[in-house]
Design a protein around this ligand. Structure first.
Ligand code: GTQ
Ligand code: FE2
Length: 348
């Protein structure tokens, strides 16, 4: 049936006024694949570190926050590195203290430069290069740097997801810094060896790991041990940072991993609905994401959007080690996790 265009226009106009939309006109209602508002992108340390240092000249008392953090915005988004994740570099200058606060979004840090302390719920945590530090949901955290070298770390948070759920809350700690009421690295000493104190798991009601820091020397050793045990596969190996009570992700919304790509070799190709942010800890190389090449080197980070095919290549000369965070835990409980490896898809 062909309908008069004036009749149609009038009808759609009245639908709009009644705040309804006609299903038969909405693109994507029954889209056969995800519709994305994000694209692959690399943030390079050589471009962003100088901008981070410049913050010292522009940040002042009248600004809203005391954190020198540059959050990476995906070129296709107003905010967010992906639709669920935000990553970025943060700088702490020698002698600097940033006041304690806590919030419903969860954060992880990956220390890239310098060494110093962050405080997590009263526990001073010493950070060295490559260490993964958790700042879980509602944990009080402040940063203080009692050293001569500035500290730079990668922040990774679930802020776009939390805001999307209308779950964003935050509060400042009255009186600046929180008291240090636990020994340094207490959570690592108590829970960090694969052995845990008896009886604690039964009473742990938090949604995140009891370990506040996963030191890089141990993570790296485990990664290389796995590589040896598996017979040095050319496609490399990967390990997940886990909550020792559950074997699951370190934070309810965020999972972290470490990937080894052997010298001159490449990973298999994958795609999955969760998004991922990678940070380069060692080596250099490139990733092929939906057929395009993205080069990276030490300290750079890059985003692999949902449902994009990707594989990572290490340059010849040294292995590459990539740290990653993903929003994968958000997909699993709702049956939204879909993943493929290229091996399992017949080529066209
Ligand atoms: O260091 O507490 O990049 O609260 C974003 C939000 C860092 C932090 C960010 C934060 C922090
Ligand atoms: Fe924070």
């Amino acid at each position: 049936m062909s309908v008069d265009s004036a009749v149609k226009a009038d009808y759609y106009d009245r639908l709009k006024q009644a705040n309804v939309a006609a299903l038969w006109t909405i693109p994507g209602t029954l889209a056969t694949e995800p519709t994305l508002d994000e694209e692959p992108y690399v943030w390079r340390a050589k471009d962003i570190f100088p901008l981070l240092r410049e913050s010292a000249e522009v940040m002042g008392e009248d600004d809203d926050y005391d954190r020198r953090a540059l959050n990476a915005s995906n070129p296709k988004r107003v905010f967010g590195t992906s639709h669920n994740l935000v990553a970025g570099y943060q700088l702490v200058l020698p002698g600097e203290e940033t006041g304690a606060h806590r919030h419903s979004p969860s954060a992880i840090r990956l220390l890239l430069h310098g060494t110093g302390h962050t405080t997590i719920d009263g526990e001073p945590v010493l950070m060295r290069r490559g260490d993964l530090v958790l700042t879980p949901q509602y944990a009080w955290h402040d940063h203080r740097l009692n050293a001569d070298e500035p500290m730079i770390w990668l922040d990774g948070l679930d802020v776009p997801f939390v805001r999307g759920q209308h779950g964003q809350f935050a509060e400042e700690y009255e009186g600046g810094l929180q008291p240090l009421d636990k020994p340094e690295d207490a959570s690592v000493l108590k829970f960090g060896s694969g052995l845990v104190p008896s009886g604690v798991r039964e009473t742990w009601t938090k949604t995140y790991s009891p370990i506040n820091k996963y030191p890089y020397d141990e993570a790296r050793r485990t990664l290389y041990n796995l590589y040896e045990v598996e017979g040095k596969p050319r496609t490399g190996v990967a390990i997940d940072y886990v909550n020792p009570f559950t074997g699951g992700p370190v934070i309810a919304t965020l999972a972290c991993s470490l990937t080894l790509i052997p010298d001159g070799a490449a990973t298999r190709a994958y795609r999955h609905t969760p998004s991922k942010v990678y940070c380069v800890l060692e080596g250099s190389g490139y990733s092929v994401i939906n057929g395009e090449r993205y080069d990276w080197e030490k300290d750079d980070f890059f985003v692999v959007p949902s449902w994009h095919w990707y594989e990572h290549h290490a340059d010849a000369g040294s292995d590459a080690v990539l740290f990653s965070i993903t929003d994968r835990p958000i997909y699993e409980p709702f049956g939204l996790l879909r993943e493929q490896s290229a091996d399992s898809v017949p080529s066209a």
